[in-house]
Unconditional design. Sequence first.
Length: 406
Amino acid sequence: MELAKKRQDNVANGHGSICGIYIEKAIGSNLIDVDGNVFIDYAGGIGAMNVGHSHPKVIDAIEKQINQYVHPCFTVAPYQPYVDLAHRLADIVPIKGDCKSVFFNSGAEAVENSIKISKTYTGRTHILVFSHAYHGRTQMTMSMTYKEDPYKKGFGPFLDNVHRIDFPKKSLDLSSLKIDPESLACVVIEPVAGEGGFIPVAHNAMGQIRKFCDDNDIVMVADEVQTGFGRTGTLFSMEQFKVEPDLFIIAKSIAGGLPLSGVVGRSEIMDSVHTGGIGGTFGGNPVSCAAALAVLNVMDDERLPERAIEIGKKVIDTINLLKKEISWISEIRGLGAMQGIVIIDDNDKPDKEHTSRIHQHALNNGLVMITAGTYGNIIRTLMPLTITDEELDESLEILSSALKIP
Ligand SMILES: Cc1ncc(COP(=O)(O)O)c(C=O)c1O
């Protein structure tokens, strides 16, 4: 194919693509490639398209904003969509008391900034993260990320102020913590480990993390980059844990496919940074902020968090039924419409090759999916929450037949 050759000749090999299809158009839950093939999208731009591709209300907001101004730069001259979005988030973020926001471009950039904010607030420099964590690909966030290959391979040395303990699947285990808790600026936790394999934090463990932070004056940071904006059944997944973190990191589905990320949290902590200490050229771009305001309206109008629960239930029921007859499905786990199907071999070990075959079979039959997990053996569901019942049924049929191949 001409495009594939052009890519091969001109795009750096380091930027891989999971599916070799070239996209011409994307609407709702469908991706249409340059040959006219239609795919149902279970990747959702890696969890960034909870409102679906080209949602008319989001496109409308983008168009209106583009016709006004595109980039005065908030650092130079501020504008309304940024301020409106910060105001809106302060209202809806599940933290009691006053909250403020600051916006960036990528999830990793927001994670970096949550660390900077935690450092200035506490006057400390150390960071605690967990096994299976994924926080991004910059130097700081690579150090926080767990999986070596491909994210860290050859890119060391990593920062020695990042400490790691076991992911709290059952409870918070501090036995391997080698540092004085009072030198920790923050603990950063994904409520459901995303790239690390769709592993939810145990309910009681989230409370234990909160207590550990309270006892030692540590900032608790929830990385909701992948779990956020309705994916797990509530706007923020932390609502379901009934625990308030101090800071939230948001990105991906906040802006309907445009680059936008942010840190939202307690005003006292957010305001600890000196003026000019955080910011950037494109952070909180007005077009992305306008899209985000439209996304929040769509979340409400179409009750997408509730829809995530329905979708999740249907996926879980289908897979659990299949699991009875298919030995290589070990479990399905997650929250709401963020479900991971775990594929194992005869010795109960993660089976990456088999997972790849399932993935390819689904792709050949019209379903785009991505995998996850430290061992690459988890099939994940990140479909738009606007997926219709018919599309969901059709996609589950494709997924089921792919899961049956040995
Ligand atoms: C939980 C989590 N944090 C941070 C990131 C990094 O976001 P980005 O790729 O926008 O830098 C991701 C991306 O997958 C993520 O899932």
